[in-house]
Write a protein that binds this ligand. Structure first.
Ligand code: HEC
Length: 147
């Protein structure tokens, strides 16, 4: 019985590998990109790229484990949800009210330790933000909002 269940489980793992995720990134329009538009200082740009852009832009990268279901589905779902909430590649298409709101939310999310997601920083060491970096990024979001 136990053996049957184990075999069934392995068969299921094999079968789900055929359900692939779509890794094609939507086209990037440079004029609409958050960094291109706001032109932050270099260290802020680096933080945004390392800690936010994998999920919140059309520049997502897909490491090897995103070839393995169900991890791949889980990663893709995060990217889809993140882009829906805030896609930095489409910043130029947001109206001013939405931009200001997203800058405020961005600062809040970092302040509360919600972003970057802990499941992400667990695997991506370079995405971790020190307390100083967090303070810098929060301050920059706030200044940008006041513009
Ligand atoms: C691993 C993917 C991932 C990374 C990395 C990430 N986010 Fe998110 N983010 C999400 C997901 C998924 C959501 C939507 C669900 C939620 O709110 O938890 C979200 C939601 C948000 C929201 C909207 C929150 C709201 O109130 O609805 C903001 C703003 C945000 N993220 C900012 C950031 C910033 C800034 C960074 C970088 C410092 C970042 N995120 C890094 C996945 C990510």
């Amino acid at each position: 019985m136990k053996k049957k269940i184990a075999l069934g489980f392995i068969a299921l793992l094999v079968i789900i590998q055929f359900i692939r995720i779509d890794k094609t990134n939507p086209a990037i329009v440079k004029e609409n990109d958050f960094i291109s538009i706001t032109n932050p200082p270099e260290h802020i740009q680096q933080m945004l790229k390392a800690s936010c852009y994998d999920c919140h832009s059309n520049e997502s990268t897909y490491p090897w484990y995103t070839n393995v279901a169900p991890i791949s589905w889980w990663v893709k779902q995060h990217i889809n949800e993140a882009r829906e909430e805030l896609n930095f590649s489409e910043w130029g298409t947001f109206n001013v009210k939405r931009q200001k709101h997203k800058l405020e939310e961005g600062a809040e999310m970092i302040e509360e330790g919600e972003m970057p997601m802990s499941s992400y920083t667990l695997i991506h060491d370079n995405a971790k933000l020190s307390d100083t970096q967090k303070a810098e990024l929060i301050a920059w979001f706030k200044t940008e909002k006041e513009k």
